[in-house]
Ligand binder design. Structure first.
Ligand SMILES: Cc1cc2nc3c(=O)[nH]c(=O)nc-3n(C[C@H](O)[C@H](O)[C@H](O)COP(=O)(O)OP(=O)(O)OC[C@H]3O[C@@H](n4cnc5c(N)ncnc54)[C@H](O)[C@@H]3O)c2cc1C
Length: 377
């Protein structure tokens, strides 16, 4: 590969050193250090899946208006802001005036963004939650912009539902962009490679034991640059096929911390409290309550429409020099260059309907070994 360097002379007045500027041709990506002894953490979380898509609706219970806002599957971070914008009119429809205090139950991605959206509309907000970050399922997320991941089944994805989803995804995307360029880097764009042993035209089998999911991504294809197929001398991997893509990445710890800080700065209160039955909501002083309990709603409301989908992520020691994502297609491996570590995600064999929160170290070690084998090939 041809490399062109331009030597820039230092300016005496600005006392800048001479330094090489590499332009036009991308540098070889920094090597990922993939070995199991660099594993620093393994986290398990539950995706709160609903075949019908997220539940966003109000009901009257025990003299309170309860606004349900849960069931975002594998898309909670991605859709959060747009979904919160859908819940807001339900709050306003109760007659609650700006300045009134409302309750939000749940401090995951959905509770935090709902609370911030309500604050921005002028409400005072008290958050009640059994657990706060990092002990919420949202903290285990990979951190990719995936608004169409396990969000609805094909059976329920009518044209009207899909149009609503698209509006939500677009609204959410816009707010995520406003978190770019901040010192803690809650949201960043990263290039990445999808590498494959098979031609990209070859379809992959779906996840075993899961329902059919609709193809929704083509509706928002304009929201990210189109990927590019790479010739063998345009990427460093030995797989016969590779594509480059550019993707929105959420640095989850930084994003959560910023949301919590912004919430507190705008007068938000956070109360540690577990609700064991919906009638306990009636004891709250607030008359409008937004229920953002995620998978917790499954037990709290005995909601039979909810299915837990287990997910496990692991982190290798951070490598700030690695600035690209890597997906090994057909080999159950996603690696993200997060600031808190190289995040390695892999599906388990029986995740659908599984709410087992015990980490499976062998699953993550096997994923790291697949990565090591790919890199050494
Ligand atoms: C492994 C994994 C990878 C993922 N990757 C991505 C990704 O890359 N991109 C993406 O967009 N999404 C991803 N997701 C999905 C996303 O994380 C979820 O959709 C999101 O976490 C749902 O957020 P939530 O706020 O509804 O739930 P949670 O994070 O579970 O928060 C629920 C809150 O409610 C509280 N609560 C629950 N029950 C009660 C109760 N009875 N009383 C009081 N409080 C209660 C909890 O303590 C918590 O504070 C991933 C999920 C997993 C598990």
């Amino acid at each position: 590969m041809q490399r062109r360097h331009l030597l820039v002379a230092g300016s005496a007045t600005l006392a800048l050193p001479a330094y090489p500027v590499d332009f036009a041709v991308p540098r070889a990506p920094a090597a990922m250090r993939a070995s199991v002894d660099r594993l620093i953490d393994i986290t398990v979380g539950i995706r709160p899946f609903r075949a019908q898509g997220p539940r966003i609706e109000a009901e009257r219970r025990n003299g309170r208006t309860l606004i349900h806002h849960y069931g975002h599957g594998g898309s909670g971070w991605s859709l959060s802001w747009g979904s919160a914008q859908r819940a807001l009119p339900l709050i306003q429809a109760t007659g609650a005036r700006p300045g009134e205090r409302i309750a939000v139950v749940g401090c995951g991605a959905i509770g935090l963004t709902t609370a911030r959206t309500a604050q921005q509309a002028g409400y005072k907000v008290r958050l009640y939650a059994k657990d706060r970050p990092p002990r919420v399922h949202s903290s285990a997320a990979t951190g990719l912009w995936t608004p169409d991941s396990r969000i609805v089944t094909s059976e329920h994805a009518t044209e009207a539902w899909s149009a609503d989803w698209e509006a939500m995804a677009r609204a959410s995307f816009k707010v995520h962009q406003s978190y770019l360029g901040l010192p803690s880097g809650p949201v960043e764009w990263h290039d990445g490679y999808v590498v494959s042993d098979e031609d990209f035209d070859q379809p992959l089998p779906g996840h075993v034991g899961e329902p059919d999911y609709p193809e929704l991504s083509s509706r928002i294809a304009d929201l990210r640059p189109q990927g590019k197929a790479l010739a063998a001398d345009e990427h460093p991997f030995r797989t016969p096929h590779a594509r480059r893509f550019t993707q929105l990445v959420f640095n989850i710890p930084a994003y959560q911390r910023l949301l919590l800080d912004d919430f507190a700065r705008d007068g938000g209160e956070l109360v540690q409290r577990e609700f064991r039955a919906p009638r306990e909501f009636a004891r709250l002083p607030e008359r409008v309550i937004v229920n953002c309990t995620g998978d917790g709603a499954r037990k709290l409301l005995a909601d039979p429409t909810m299915t837990p989908v287990r997910g496990q992520t692991a982190r290798l020691i951070p490598q700030p020099e690695v600035d690209y994502a890597l997906i090994y297609r057909g080999h159950n491996l996603v690696v993200l260059p997060r600031r808190d570590g190289l995040l390695v995600a892999a599906m388990g064999e029986h995740d659908f309907g599984n709410d087992d929160l015990r980490p499976d170290r062998e699953q993550s070690e096997a994923a790291v070994r697949r990565l090591a084998a790919l890199l050494s090939a």
